[in-house]
Design a protein around this ligand. Sequence first.
Ligand code: GYE
Length: 304
Amino acid sequence: SLMLTAGFQSAVIAKQLTVGFAQVGAESAWRTAETDSIKNEAAKRNVNLKFSDAQGKQENQIKAVRGFIAQGVDAIIIAPVVETGWEPVLREAKRSKIPVVLVDRGIKVSDDSLYATLIASDFVSEGRMAAEWLAKKVNGKANIVELQGTPGAAPAIDRKKGFEEGIKEHPEMKIIASQSGDFRRSGGKEVMEALLKKYGNEVTAVYAHNDDMALGAIQALEEAGKKPGTDVVVVSVDGVKGAFEAMVNSKLNCTVECNPLLGPLAFDAVEKAKQGEKLPKKTIVPDKTYDQSGAKDVIASRQY
Ligand code: GYE
């Protein structure tokens, strides 16, 4: 019976997956919600999760991935900081037969067999949705400050592109200034302060690539004696709790939800990849626009 017990234990141990997760950092509420989702799902499935926070730097992420490969993990999940520069390290993972699941941000590689799958929102469409909502609100006329996300990051590139496409058919909607606030609340506040000094009352709308920057901009607007949400229309992306609070308080006008709760989908993909199943190259997580009219009714049920 001793032998049986030992055999049973080793079977259980052999089944546990070790997965490395190379996370961007903790720049936004969206990001920490995603981290929690991945960690909770790992715990639920009894996955041994190795977590790395790259503090916003791709070089740290690449180092972390190399570390995971050296440890011989079963799979690697990456939320890539930027789109480019991934080929060498992904080739190393492939050579070691370690499947890579990309979550939330896409990459540019010449060979898409370098990763198993990408699970993310359609950021171009998010940008377009924000533009369309704003166009209606301002009757096709606005001087817009754009607060960009991290330079080189897929959501920054694509949310800019989608928004520009969305305002194109409205010749009186103009982006008068566009700068990066690095997806951070402090970044949004600082950039907005500087741009308000430069453009003052000319600014009639703010489009932020995420809620955290919008919340920072709202603070800057208030400190400059303006009423965000009324004097200046503010739209953003993510749909975090703070954004819903700001909509209930009439300071934020609209947010396009981008779902960060990717843990279940990510580990489904890891398990399928480990079983040798072929995965779709991309799974698009659907998004939805929320504005002040509906915010009160749904705020209590928001999960992040
Ligand atoms: O919108 C932003 C974050 O990659 C989709 O990164 C994500 C973005 C998210 O820091 O808040």
